[in-house]
Design a protein around this ligand. Sequence first.
Ligand SMILES: *Cc1c(COP(=O)(O)O)cnc(C)c1O
Length: 377
Amino acid sequence: MMPVKTAMENPLHASAALTSVMARVRPHIRALSPYVPGEQPQGGGWIKLNTNENPYPPSPKVAPAVAAEIERLRLYPDPSSRRLREAIGRRFGHPADGVLIGNGSDDILNMITSVFASSPGVGHTVPSYSLYPVVAGLAGAAMVDIALDASLQLDVRALAECGASVFFLTSPNAPTGVGFPLSAIRTVLENSSAPLVVDEAYVDFGGESALPLLAEFPQLIVVRTFSKSYGLAGMRVGFALGHPEVIQMLDRVRDVYNVDRLAQAAALAAFEDVAYFNHCREAVIATRARVRGVLNQWGWFTYPSVANFLFTQPQHPGSGTGPAVAENLFQHLLKNRVLVRYFSQHPLTCGFLRVSIGKDVEMDHFLEITQQWLNNA
Ligand SMILES: *Cc1c(COP(=O)(O)O)cnc(C)c1O
């Protein structure tokens, strides 16, 4: 790395000029707390169960599809990702002009707040996906919180009446893995015409989808991603389904070439390989059930998960449960190069760890290291 000159040494960085530049940063950007992603270690030797990636590689059809695009990389990609939109529309019985493709679904969440975030703010449940406050903040909007209690039931009345200019509902929820029933989502839609975004990043692992409600409720936007169930987190492709007029508004704020050629080709190939997709998600679901069985045997409270992770409350024979216990196991796993996720910030999460479902051998290793920790009374 080049040594960085301090402001004192480098007249270009003279502090009066810097102060003047910084004073021009728009206040809502200055006030923003950036998103904190899970650790992405770049070396090998880690068992990575911290960011809910798929443990299996993408469909074998992806590599040739991507390779075939290489010589066309001199050309701009299709700005509207038309083939992918049509394939998604066909599969879900939805018009292609009601489908929007994003550079990851995070890109779509950002488009949604650009279009809909206004006073009194953007709604979400607490806890849920921690990116929502960031995209709301980029749009200069505040948050409207709907608190969940330990039952994790959705207070449909509070949600329908909260007045948020747009509401993000993660279902299945993160980091808990608990799905909200379609009947609850229907009740919200029947009682509020504000845009409701159902973020279904994890729905393919067993959740109930809100897609069947699209025909009835134009305020509903369903967001999905290729990052989890299709094993393409590194490619950055997500999509939204909604009423074509609403999708057209979101499309206005989309970067023109937001999804590159390789990503469009990879997503299409993965989407069309239904047999492989089903094989991988069934493997993840089976592993989830097995690991859950062991946690149950240990007597750990674990929320019923319909996602590709388990949210569990570690219990130690010596010290019981609680934030210190959860953090202690987190550190023990880390020392043994097993990465899981610990959310210390909220009373509903601080006694728990979120463990992504890996391959069977990875989960066996996780269980073994955890068993060591249990044995160290
Ligand atoms: C992982 C995740 C996403 C999305 O990701 P992209 O990789 O940007 O598609 C969206 N919402 C939730 C709740 C997630 O956990």
